[in-house]
Design a protein around this ligand. Sequence first.
Ligand SMILES: [Zn+2]
Length: 338
Amino acid sequence: MRRLLLAVVVAATVLAPTAANAAVPTPRPPVPLPVGIEPMPPYQPQTYCNPTDKPGVVAFGKLLTATYAGTSIVSISRPCGTDTSEHYDGRALDWGGVYYTNTAQVAEVKAVFGWLFATDAAGNPNAMLRRLGIMYVIWNKQIWGAWSHKWEPYSCSGVTACHQDHVHFSFDWSGALKKTSFWTGVVSTPMPAPHPLFTSFTTRQVVTVPARSRGLTTWFALKAGMKYRLTVTGIYHYGLAGADAADAECSESYNDRVWRTLAPGETSSATGVRDLVVNSTSSGWRASVATGGGCNTATHTYSGTMAIATSAPLQLAINLPDRSVATGALTVVVTRVA
Ligand SMILES: [Zn+2]
């Protein structure tokens, strides 16, 4: 406790607070901090969709709102979209109740930034930001990135999009999962995005594969030796003016409006052109309602079962040569069956 107090005093001296912010408090670490420290957080953008609030983000949000009365956690997780945002995997915090024209609230924001970016007693710049695993911060038309170590213009329009009524914090994976020294007292090493094993018989995973996507990796992994069923629904459109359509197995050319398992020009179903491809395989889709020729023109739903030799996430992609003009998506529901 005595050492901690000393560190706070030293940090405050380094910061040389002005009269305006001297009285504004700063957050307190929950554990004594070690001498060692994390490197600058790597930039780990959102690559898959898993909108559940991560513990390090929740804890930091609670710390800020406990330190600054009247501020709030505006959002952490958000339903996945087509752009890239760490909110889609619960690794971003929008801290609200801080308005850019409110002098007292701006003083709180400045106090947090001063605390995050301060050089510690051992001479480590941006010490608290590194101990928390914060990759970047957005506030009032500016972005501070761990890649540049400085504030840069953030193009936007509107108070909320310009982050003039909240501060955005994005965390790397170790920070988001509360494994960094700010929370544990032990220096962590940056970690890749985790892929937890999906082993439940009672829950299911729903994955959307946009036709325009080059393919995606699921946030969860299938476990070796277990058996899973994949059920795929949906139609997407492609071709000139989106006149052609396809589902997980079959496609329909606007020329004759007939659904076929083979795409135009395709001679073997093994190539799987316009099919949903799972871990490089497009074969094995069974029509849930057989309407002829291996297709399901009634509900466009197909299923297949799979087991894998080595635990791994699923790789899902629509084998579409001309994806730039495609619209729509297929929806894959994964359940464990054995
Ligand atoms: Zn945000």
